[in-house]
Design a binder for this molecule. Structure first.
Ligand SMILES: NC(=O)c1ccc[n+]([C@@H]2O[C@H](COP(=O)([O-])OP(=O)(O)OC[C@H]3O[C@@H](n4cnc5c(N)ncnc54)[C@H](O)[C@@H]3O)[C@@H](O)[C@H]2O)c1
Ligand SMILES: O=C(O)[C@H](O)[C@H](O)COP(=O)(O)O
Length: 384
């Protein structure tokens, strides 16, 4: 069996070598020729999987080690009897930690002793959005959920949902929808001129869903006005050829790495391994946990003199500080268009190992219940 795989999928050999031969190719530049003789195709989000790529090949199973599926023509796969699996939720926790880290920087920048005075509108309350909302609520933030497809499907049985207009009135608005252009609630350019107009300089807009959910031209125009909101973007229209002018206009700019914790990436590989095993009728023998190394920093101790909010911010930033990614992306915007696109992909390909908060045991000497609860809400393990 020949498995053609994006070279950026971690642990390919560990999970798949005993199932067949593996041919590693560039996900961004994968061609018909690369996949013609493949039985299985494993991709990440940068490969468009459709008729153009697969017609005439013998591929019988496609797995994407990602949450997003907008790069896959699932209808064409189904029509052609090709099995498919994504990795729902695989890196949701990583994205949540990215948002928490952005919020902590924002709270500090605004001079809030405690960021949880802010209201947060979560647009898209699926795996990422609902996990984020739960953590924020435990931390004391006021959270409003906007998810029209869920509101329609769940009615009175679900949580309370608000309209997009209401969500856009929150101090912070964070986007976690898939990219869709069909159906009753398409998200392509969901945020355009009309939605950006009422935002003010006191508000923060975060996008770690897909770049095309925001209209770049409308956002650039809004950001050039005096009362523009603060914006943090992890995802961009037209990746990897992103707009350098937009990078210059936003507060925090990262190269689509919100989901790039080691745990999230390895879980993505594990989930497509599980799906392929099921497709082939093979037993599932490997688990992500067996391949996760001991983190370089595994314990952190705060003494009884530590301030709760400062300690929480410190611990969060020990695990992840988006400012480092922001600096790298801004540096990558030098050069011509081709060099910039290559640099964007280079930052993602060579992304440093980032561990989730759950990899860190935190000791809180003499801490009260509220401080312990805050650390647990973020996801740290407490060392008693
Ligand atoms: N930046 C990153 O690294 C990164 C990582 C993971 C996922 N993502 C993106 O985030 C998206 C969300 O991830 P998820 O795991 O929560 O997906 P999910 O499918 O679990 O949830 C998406 C939610 O969005 C809702 N939704 C759909 N259309 C909507 C609309 N018009 N308005 C409001 N809500 C709408 C859906 O009903 C659903 O509840 C993914 O599709 C992916 O594109 C990005
Ligand atoms: O959809 C996802 O899971 C994320 O956007 C994912 O982190 C994208 O990473 P890529 O597949 O581009 O490496």
């Amino acid at each position: 069996m020949l498995i053609v795989a994006d070279e950026n999928i971690p642990l390919l050999d560990a999970f798949f070598a005993d199932m067949g031969d593996i041919r590693r190719v560039s996900g961004r530049h994968m061609s018909r020729k690369d996949v013609r003789d493949a039985d299985v195709l494993l991709v990440r989000s940068v490969t468009r999987v459709d008729r153009d790529l697969l017609a005439g090949s013998r591929v019988k199973f496609v797995g994407t080690a990602t949450i997003g599926t907008d790069h896959i023509d699932q209808q064409w796969l189904a029509d052609n009897g090709i099995g498919f699996s994504a990795a729902p939720g695989c890196n949701a926790n990583s994205v949540v930690e990215y948002v928490l880290a952005v919020l902590s920087l924002h709270a500090e920048r605004c001079g809030f002793a405690n960021g949880n005075e802010l209201s947060v509108g979560v647009v898209g309350a699926g795996n990422v959005g609902s996990r984020l909302a739960e953590k924020l609520q435990r931390l004391g933030f006021k959270v409003l959920l906007c998810d029209p497809p869920r509101a329609e499907a769940e009615g009175d049985q679900g949580p309370e949902f608000v309209s997009l207009e209401q969500a856009l009135q929150c101090d912070v608005v964070t986007l976690h929808t898939p990219l869709t252009d069909q159906g009753r609630h398409p998200t392509h350019h969901l945020i355009g001129e009309k939605q950006l107009a009422p935002l003010n300089a006191g508000q923060l807009l975060i996008n770690s869903g897909r770049g095309e959910v925001i209209d770049t031209e409308a956002l650039k125009a809004r950001l050039k006005q005096d009362d523009a909101p603060l914006v943090a973007l992890d995802v961009w229209e037209n990746e990897p050829a992103i707009d350098p002018e937009l990078v210059g206009l936003v507060w925090l700019a990262t190269p689509h790495i919100a989901g790039y914790s080691l745990e999230g990436k390895v879980r993505g590989t594990e989930m497509i391994y599980q799906a392929l095993s099921k497709h082939l009728g093979l037993p599932v023998r490997k688990k992500a946990g067996q391949f996760l190394p001991e983190p370089p920093l595994s314990k952190l101790t705060f003494t009884s003199t530590a301030d709760e909010q400062k300690a929480l911010r410190t611990a969060l930033r020990v695990c992840y500080d988006p400012r480092a990614d922001d600096v790298q992306l801004r540096l990558a915007m030098n050069g011509d268009a081709g060099e910039r696109a290559e640099a964007f992909d280079g930052l993602r390909k060579n992304y440093p190992v980032r561990r989730e908060c759950s990899s860190l045991k935190v000791q809180l000497k003499g801490a009260g219940r509220s401080m312990q609860e805050s650390f647990k809400a973020v996801g740290f393990k407490l060392k008693l």
